[in-house]
Write a protein that binds this ligand. Structure first.
Ligand code: TYD
Length: 208
């Protein structure tokens, strides 16, 4: 089976990391010789620096929200050039846990959608973007249940604003011709996985 580029998106707590892993297993058992799972912020040097900026305990957190769109875009260029594009050229299926839609949603709150859209317009569009749709209240409950310290973006008001921003992002990206499937992330991991597989399967059929 040929190369396919899949992006997983959604609020914090919407299950992107789990669904990325489940989808990778499914692709491996359904004929994809090479499946690469990756994420943004990436594990490269720019991505590691972003993690420091997002950590309120770290001295790098003095960097303001207006700088973040540039940092994420720099990390994205590096991630694409060193990991994603070479893998696609080898014919792999690549799933990224977050991509530029996250920037368009999260960073638009600080600098507005047009500015973030300009910074990201040249990056390769995914063949399919899965948006895991979850109410901000449910998302916060899941974040609290996993007991993690809340990151810069995880308070309820922020989550509500990000959910609204994502709505605008989906409209913006679909208007550019992107294939985005909105999937309810409410339900068991298996339920959501089945919905994800259905969407990916029809994209694979359309590509072949
Ligand atoms: P993520 O790794 O998904 O969170 P976690 O550490 O809980 O798995 O992403 C870290 C945070 O970065 C998350 O709150 C979303 C945010 N983010 C942006 O603001 N812009 C971006 O472009 C990306 C990729 C992530």
């Amino acid at each position: 089976m040929g190369a396919i580029f899949i992006a997983m998106e959604g609020l914090d707590g919407s299950g992107g990391t789990t669904q990325t892993a489940r989808l990778a297993d499914w692709l491996r058992s359904n004929g994809h010789a090479e499946v690469v799972t990756t994420a943004e912020p990436s594990t490269g040097p720019a991505g590691r620096f972003i993690r420091d900026v997002l950590n309120p305990q770290h001295e790098a957190s003095v960097i303001g929200d207006a700088v973040l769109p540039f940092l994420f875009a720099a990390d994205r260029r590096d991630h694409l050039d060193r990991e994603v594009i070479p893998a696609l050229q080898r014919g792999a299926a690549v799933i990224t846990d977050r991509y530029y839609h996250s920037s368009l949603a999260y960073q638009s709150l600080a600098v507005g959608l047009p500015t973030v859209a300009d910074l990201n317009e040249r990056f390769r569009a995914p063949d399919i973007t899965i948006f895991l749709d979850l109410e901000p209240e449910v998302s916060l409950a899941r974040i609290e249940a996993r007991g993690g310290t809340l990151e810069r973006f995880e308070a309820i008001d922020r989550l509500r604003s990000i959910a609204e921003a994502y709505d605008a992002v989906l409209v913006h990206c679909r208007a550019r011709g992107e294939h985005i499937v909105r999937i309810s992330a409410d339900g068991s991991i298996d339920d959501v996985h089945k919905r994800v597989v259905e969407a990916v399967q029809s994209t694979i059929e359309a590509l072949s």
